[in-house]
Design a protein around this ligand. Structure first.
Ligand code: ARG
Length: 418
């Protein structure tokens, strides 16, 4: 029995009530196969492609959809919305999963879900469809978004049909589908403005060094300039407002991210090696390139330290971790995530100022910061003459502040004959 016959038998029942379906379409192997098979099953397929800042010719995808025989395709430029509603709240929350992953894919999925639902409703579709497998995090993030925002069915044929890559390639060749499958670059890539992830092929072996050809946004340290570059990032209410690179000022959020990404990547900043705990329970070796995210997040953290109180900083470490885990685990559409965004909005309302970052030999380090809202007071902190801090008061303060602890230590550890 051919693949098509097998699938028809398997899914006749399961997909019976679906006539019209909106498919998140990248033009790659998985979604091309899905589109073709759904058409064979007599479903009306509408394809949709979102621009989240990934490289490549997105307009060509529309052509691919047409060539498959699909009558309607949506192309949505969602870059601005992605930055304003997802990336920037992530910056306020210092969003990093397990100390390493700046969550760019995880931020993109709830937005894809939202757009699929919008089109699905407009087109009166019974289902939305995506190309995720049953092993990854993305299926959860998209399914979670669609089910929070609608009562539409979500189908994920690769997962539902248990398709293997070999079977897909065989089918693609048989049907003469226009997809590129190359053996020389075995990677699976997902990218957007905030970062690029590289999976599969040699990367799946954690003992193997990542081949240089896996990287596209960052230079190997050996090829970086011998002179450092200093850039300045101006923040307003906890998010970048303007940046200065080599005397040029960028104000548009997309240009800012692209600008930082290019210069930091050229200095080898942004490579991430990470053993990650997936939502589905297993560990995976992940390789990322996220130059802009790393630079902006370090600058932001530094500015927070200059402005926020000790208590805000202390509790924010924990809450930022909660936020990052929610985003990772596909809980974007959850009351706690929304509440934490409101909390961060308030906490960050005075995180305004600028940070200078030095980019050099795969490092991005803070070199200075400036803010009118800082709690740092030179006159208090200085060891020089003329400090307004009255040192004499230090003695009494110390005695009272330590009272409980010195008593406790004595009682517990210095008791005679014990
Ligand atoms: N491990 C990352 C995450 O879970 C990246 C996933 C990349 N997704 C993909 N379909 N290639 O967010």
């Amino acid at each position: 029995m051919g693949l098509l016959e097998e699938i028809k038998k398997k899914t006749e029942d399961e997909y019976k009530n679906i006539n019209k379906v909106v498919l998140a379409f990248s033009g790659g192997l998985d979604t091309t196969i899905i589109a073709s098979l759904l058409l064979e099953l007599d479903k009306e397929v509408i394809t949709c492609t979102l621009d989240l800042g990934q490289k490549g010719k997105l307009k060509d995808i529309e052509e691919k959809s047409k060539n498959l025989g699909i009558k309607k395709h949506y192309f949505i430029d969602a870059k601005k919305e992605f930055v304003k509603e997802y990336i920037w709240p992530g910056v306020r929350a210092n969003a990093i999963y397990e100390g390493s992953y700046p969550l760019f894919t995880a931020f993109g999925r709830p937005l894809i879900a939202k757009k699929l639902v919008e089109i699905g409703k407009k087109e009166n579709a019974q289902a939305v469809c995506h190309g995720s497998t049953g092993k990854g995090n993305d299926q959860i993030r998209i399914d979670a978004g669609v089910s929070a925002l609608s009562s539409m069915k979500v189908i994920a044929p690769i997962r539902d049909w248990g398709l293997t890559r070999d079977a897909e390639i065989e089918y693609a060749l048989e049907q003469k589908l226009n997809v590129k499958v190359t053996k020389d670059k075995p990677y699976s890539i997902d990218e957007n403005l905030w970062g690029r992830s590289i999976e599969a092929g040699p990367i799946e072996n954690p003992e193997q060094v990542v081949p240089e050809d896996a990287y596209e946004w960052t230079k190997p340290i050996e090829q970086t300039p011998s002179q450092p570059e200093i850039i300045e990032i101006f923040f307003e209410n906890g998010v970048p407002k303007e940046i200065e690179i080599k005397g040029n000022t960028y104000k548009d959020e997309i240009e800012m991210i692209k600008g930082i990404s290019a210069i930091a990547g050229a200095h080898g900043v942004g490579r991430i090696e990470h053993m990650e705990d997936r939502i589905v329970g297993f560990k995976s070796r992940e390789v990322y390139e996220a130059p802009a995210a790393l630079v902006v997040l370090s600058a932001h953290k530094d500015l927070e330290k200059y402005i926020l109180t000790k208590d805000e900083l202390f509790h924010k470490v924990y809450l930022d971790n909660v936020y990052s885990t929610l985003v990772y685990e596909g809980k974007w559409y959850s009351p706690l995530r929304i509440a934490l965004d409101k909390f961060n909005h308030e906490v960050e309302s005075n995180v305004t100022g600028s940070v200078k970052m030095k980019l050099y030999k795969a490092n991005a380090s803070v070199v200075s910061r400036k803010s009118k809202n800082t709690l740092y007071d030179f006159n208090i902190a200085t060891y020089n003459k003329g400090s307004s801090f009255n040192q004499k008061e230090g003695g009494a303060f110390t005695k009272i502040w330590l009272m409980q602890y010195s008593t406790a230590y004595k009682m517990k550890y210095l008791k005679p004959n014990k």
